[in-house]
Design a protein around this ligand. Structure first.
Ligand code: FAD
Ligand code: NAD
Length: 468
């Protein structure tokens, strides 16, 4: 009864967990005729994370940066099952995945288990709170689409509450103090976007409040953006200074309260700073489902950063039946969209090769089980030769295309590979490059059109300040 999963007994079953950068890039390039393909993800869409901070301040419409996974699968040569559910358990011994419908509405059946021949583990990571008190309860995150929408609602609420008649100046200052925690690229981009909103729209919508707005970026390390070159860190710091965004380095957030943050300053003293909004962009940690899977292979999986994979992205200890890509794996590369998407398209090629190999192995078995004839002997020889060629998988090689980040005030920074060195550049021209690079990276013409239209709408009419 109900929806049937793709089932061709001559093909192996490939289960893909996730619909993010790694999984979507894999799906884009995968020849689905090779497998019975099942995609399982709690989100039935792909989220273009680099533009998420733009959603948080209303520059982009949330729907402009997501693409339903079925838009990808419907053009595939063979049916792909897309299931909106969270994988809750992977059994590498029995080769099964158990998943559950964790959404608001559920039917009578909401959990089930499917067997797989190959599993692609691409579940990403989740927000790291370090169990710091009050973070989950009082701060906004910047990881999922709903985080950006929640931040936008809260941020506009702070503005409206500050505009409430009779509010004291001290309370206005508190409500309009925005604290961003984490000086990695997410925190920097978000602070830049917040500044743009305040500069470009707040001054016209709430002129009497504009001077009371204050953004503070808190970073525990001695500098922001440790992965960028020194010159670009300096450029970012001076751009933020000009934009009146305070950067507090060597400062740790110790607690997030409803109306304040508790900071530990470089001299180890503790201060309470009143604020209206805290955005937590302090990095990622592994998901529970990933840790549970690793715990099942304790002798092979000991890296705290993520799943250990070999050169061909096969999870060590699983005999090549599980592949791990993106933020859930521990490789020598940074956990970025660029890495995850290159791993996804690499895996599509590898899985194509494996499918051919599996098909030939089956053919060989069939031929060997038949009575031997001259013809079958010749075919056995030819199949065996072709199998040898398919045996060796080419290892994954990452090709770094550069690091880009938007820093607000119509400026971006870029560390680009240039001949054998690095070209570090920042400014308005880099910002135009940033825009064109991201618009061309968006997976579909539909998303490109929506994002370009949103940018144009903001230029013409400003950002929408209505609070949903
Ligand atoms: P994700 O893209 O996070 O996808 C994980 C998928 O798994 C999701 O679809 C999720 O719903 C699904 N999932 C979760 N739990 C389960 C489960 N239990 N079962 C099944 N599925 C599950 N990187 C760059 O290179 N450049 C950038 O400019 C950039 N900007 C960024 C901006 C922001 C605001 C953020 C948050 C990140 C940014 N990154 C950027 C990093 C980049 O987004 C990640 O490195 C990338 O998303 C990793 O891809 P992934 O496929 O591993 O995980
Ligand atoms: P991150 O891990 O890069 O940065 C988090 C920062 O928060 C760290 O510098 C850490 O020192 C700081 N921090 C942690 N706890 C703190 C505390 N209690 N108080 C103060 N500071 C604290 O996280 P991210 O910026 O979300 O980036 C995650 C990944 O996504 C990275 O690999 C990054 O390169 C990638 N990314 C790339 C881009 C881009 O290329 N434009 C944009 C966003 C994210």
């Amino acid at each position: 009864p109900g929806i049937q999963l793709p089932h061709d007994p001559t093909k192996k079953t490939l289960v893909i967990l996730g619909s993010g950068w790694g999984a979507t890039s894999l799906l884009n390039s995968l020849d689905t005729a090779d497998y019975n393909v099942i995609v399982i993800s709690p989100k039935n869409y792909f989220l273009f994370t680099p533009l998420l901070p733009s959603v948080a301040v209303g520059t982009l419409n949330p729907r402009s940066i997501i693409q339903p996974t079925r838009y990808v699968t419907r053009h595939k040569s063979r049916q792909v099952a897309v299931i909106e559910a969270s994988a809750t358990e992977v059994d590498p011994e029995r080769k099964t995945v158990t998943f559950a419908d964790t959404s608001e509405i559920q039917g009578l059946v909401s959990t089930t288990t499917v067997p797989y021949d190959y599993l692609v583990f691409a579940v990403g990571a989740e927000v790291q709170t370090f169990n710091i008190p009050g973070v989950r309860e009082n701060a906004c995150f910047m990881k999922e689409l709903e985080d950006a929408e929640k931040m936008q609602r809260r941020f506009l609420d702070c503005l409206e509450s500050a505009a409430f008649p009779g509010q004291s100046q001290a309370e206005i200052n508190r409500l309009l103090h925005m604290v961003v925690v984490g000086g990695g690229p997410t925190g920097i981009e978000l602070s830049g976007e917040l500044h743009d909103f305040l500069e470009e729209d707040l001054k016209s919508w709430f002129p009497e409040l504009a001077n009371s707005v204050h953004i503070t970026l808190v970073e525990a390390l001695p500098s922001v953006l440790p992965s960028f070159s020194k010159q670009l860190i300096d450029y970012t710091e001076s751009t933020f200074k000009a934009a009146k965004i305070d950067i507090l380095t060597k400062t740790m957030v110790k607690e997030v309260r409803e109306k304040s943050v508790i900071l530990q300053k470089p001299d180890k003293s503790i201060v309470e700073v009143p604020c209206g909004l805290v955005v937590w962009a302090a990095g990622n940690k592994l998901r529970q489902v990933t840790r549970d899977l690793m715990d099942k292979l304790p002798e092979h999986q000991t890296n705290k950063r993520g799943i250990t994979v070999d050169d061909c992205l096969r999870m060590v200890g699983t005999n090549g039946s599980i592949f791990a890509i993106g933020d859930c794996s521990a490789t020598s590369y940074a956990p970025t969209a660029q890495v995850a998407s290159q791993e996804g398209s690499y895996l599509a090629r590898i899985l194509g090769q494996i499918a051919k190999k599996d098909e030939l192995e089956l053919r060989l078995q069939t031929l060997q089980n038949q009575p031997e004839t001259e013809e079958s002997k010749t075919e056995i020889d030819s199949v065996a030769k072709r199998l040898v060629k398919l045996e060796k998988l080419r290892p994954f090689r990452y090709s770094h295309q550069g690091s880009l980040a938007y820093i607000g005030s119509d400026r971006a920074i870029a560390d680009l590979p240039f001949f054998n060195g690095n070209l570090a550049t920042g400014g308005v021209a880099t910002y135009l490059f940033w825009r064109s690079a991201y618009i061309s990276t968006l997976f579909s013409l539909r998303n490109r059109t929506l994002v370009a239209t949103d940018w144009l709408k903001v230029k013409l009419f400003g950002r929408d300040v209505s609070r949903e």
